[in-house]
Design a protein around this ligand. Structure first.
Ligand code: SAH
Length: 223
């Protein structure tokens, strides 16, 4: 186990098991990702009543109809971004802020957009308490990206839609990578896209299931 400063003793064994069995055991190899997930205390990002399940490999409800993603999927998406530490990352769907923290452990700067203000505020509190100084949280419609600070070396979308919003690929730097679950409500596939000048090279991976990306270039509101 790598150094960990904040997970209490009663959850440490479960956390170690998550890293070994659910992440390494299912093929996660990127040491940056594994190190980041060993450091971030997931129990701080789940509701108090779910604390004992913080290291089970499941998504959990975080209120307002949203969920914190399953650890394996967080690890897989992080690994797919191929971070080296130097990248500026735009995340769409802050939710609990857990994925944001994992990214902030690895890379220089993370900007994260969330459409539900109450979730963004709660995430800001936890991320602040944990001392992440390289994170900026924004409330707004992430299907439009965040053009003010574009282009981004990496873009990670943690909610699903039938297509990748054009605004996001437009804000991806040359050579940059975007990862997003693409598909309908019942089944999506994690898709990675690399931008080479004006071309987008797509690879399709692992089936997954995310909540809806709701907004101008995603699912319509209140549907
Ligand atoms: N990364 C999060 C997962 C949250 S679930 C975590 O680790 O906890 C996906 C989140 O995307 C939800 O909080 C949802 O409100 C948000 N979301 C949906 N559509 C959005 C949009 N257009 N812009 C920003 N956030 C959006």
């Amino acid at each position: 186990m790598l150094d960990d400063f904040s997970t209490p003793p009663d959850l440490l064994a479960a956390k170690q098991q998550m890293i070994q069995k659910d992440l390494r055991g299912r093929g996660i190899r990127d040491e940056w990702t594994l190190h980041a997930m060993a450091r971030v205390p997931r129990e701080r990002f789940v509701p108090v009543q779910s604390r004992s399940e913080a290291y089970a490999d499941n998504a959990l409800p975080i209120g307002l109809g949203q969920t914190i993603s399953q650890p394996y999927i967080v690890a897989l998406m992080t690994e797919m971004l191929q971070l080296t530490g130097a990248e500026r990352v735009l995340e769409i769907g802050t939710g609990s802020g857990y994925q944001t923290a994992v990214l902030a452990e690895i890379t220089r700067e993370v900007l994260s957009v969330e459409r539900i203000e109450a979730l963004s505020r709660r995430a800001a509190e936890v991320l602040g308490e944990l001392g992440y100084a390289n994170v900026t949280l924004i409330v707004g419609d992430g299907t439009l990206g965040y053009p003010q600070a574009a282009p981004y070396d990496r873009i990670l979308v943690t909610a699903g839609a039938p297509e990748i919003p054009r605004a996001l690929t437009d804000q991806l730097a040359d050579g940059g990578i975007l990862v997003m679950p693409v598909g309908d409500d019942d089944s999506q596939c994690l898709q990675a896209v690399r931008r080479r000048q004006d071309r987008l090279l797509k690879t399709r991976l692992t089936p997954c299931r995310f909540v809806r990306l709701v907004g101008e270039q995603g699912w319509p509101e209140g549907d």
